[in-house]
Design a protein around this ligand. Structure first.
Ligand code: 13P
Ligand code: SF4
Length: 304
């Protein structure tokens, strides 16, 4: 099928089945065009929970689909590509959490939403890049075990000096590749440009940012700013929303690892097949879901 036919077929199936399509800012522009809601991890987790539709097609990576399922266990959640997984979600183990809990009495396990359902089930609260700072400030425990992303954890730590942080060595390969030398090179080339950074970048890169925040934060900042040029340190999919909201502004991306392969797994074809054949459904162990739900609901409670 051609692109326009595929888009039409997706819309027809969506209406017939009363489905809702959610897409993260890192997915391909064509997917964002086809979606009912586009957003960052936090926003999409709320939309998935509040949606009246019983069929959700999540265009993103597995932890996003799992979070939607955990928050709405009675809904059917589909992922267009079953291989779309975030490597960072697997960079911490259940044993590590158990060990830290054994060693520290007054510790809160703060889990980035980029994690598996099993890891969420052992955590006290989830966070995303848009709410991590607010949530950690609201936690009573004196020690924070921040998993799996060390970079986001270190970004939060600098604003919460009253707490002791314990880190884990997880990272996003895409954001890690956007290193300091590349950012400085881009700044030398475009000295007028403001630097916009996602906190999954390493601390030396974060320190260069005129703005540091989540994908939706970056889009909001660029849209409000009077600057005409920006150096953007995050996944390339965000370019679609940045350019749509700011057709006259120029966005420069850094490095040659700008695209997250897992996010780009979702295509119009796989989205169409997902709706047609109702595949690939997220299924999770009931007990794990119940425990993981607590950490996600705590996030919504502390962030709102
Ligand atoms: P946010 O959209 O919450 O900024 O998340 C970034 C990300 O890496 C999702 O995989
Ligand atoms: Fe995971 Fe990084 Fe891809 Fe986000 S961009 S899904 S953190 S690998």
């Amino acid at each position: 099928m051609e692109k326009t036919q595929l888009i039409q077929a997706i819309q027809t199936l969506k209406q017939e089945k009363d489905a809702i399509i959610l897409a993260h800012y890192y997915t391909d522009g064509a997917i964002q065009e086809a979606a009912d809601y586009i957003g960052d991890s936090y926003y999409l987790s709320k939309i998935a929970k509040e949606a009246k539709q019983q069929l959700i097609v999540f265009c993103g990576v597995r932890f996003m689909g799992e979070s939607a399922k955990i928050l709405s266990p009675h809904k059917k959640v589909l992922m267009p590509d079953k291989e779309a997984d975030c490597p960072m979600a697997h960079m911490v183990t259940l044993e590590q959490i158990k060990e830290v809990r054994k060693q520290h009495e007054d510790v809160a396990v703060v889990c980035y939403i980029n994690s598996t359902a099993e890891i969420k089930a052992l955590s006290d609260v989830c966070v995303t890049s848009s709410n991590a700072l607010k949530i950690v400030r609201n936690i009573e425990a004196s020690h924070i075990y921040f998993i799996p992303d060390e970079n986001l954890g270190q970004y939060v730590e600098q604003y919460v000096p009253e707490k002791t942080f314990i880190f884990n060595k997880g990272f996003c390969p895409i954001h890690k590749s956007m290193n300091k030398a590349l950012v400085l090179e881009a700044k030398a080339q475009y000295p007028e440009a403001e630097i916009l950074i996602h906190p999954e970048c390493t601390p030396d890169v974060v320190a260069l940012g005129d703005y540091v925040g989540s994908t939706s934060g970056i889009i909001e900042y660029a849209t409000k700013s009077t600057s005409q040029q920006f150096i953007v340190c995050t996944e390339i999919g965000i370019e679609y929303a940045l350019q749509k909201n700011n057709p006259d502004k120029v966005f420069h991306f850094v490095g040659d690892m700008r695209a997250c392969g897992s996010m780009k797994c979702v295509t119009l074809e796989t989205l169409y097949n997902a709706l047609k054949d109702e595949q690939y459904e997220i299924t999770l162990d009931e007990a794990i879901m119940k425990k993981a739900e607590h950490a996600l609901l705590e996030m919504h409670r502390l962030a709102d």
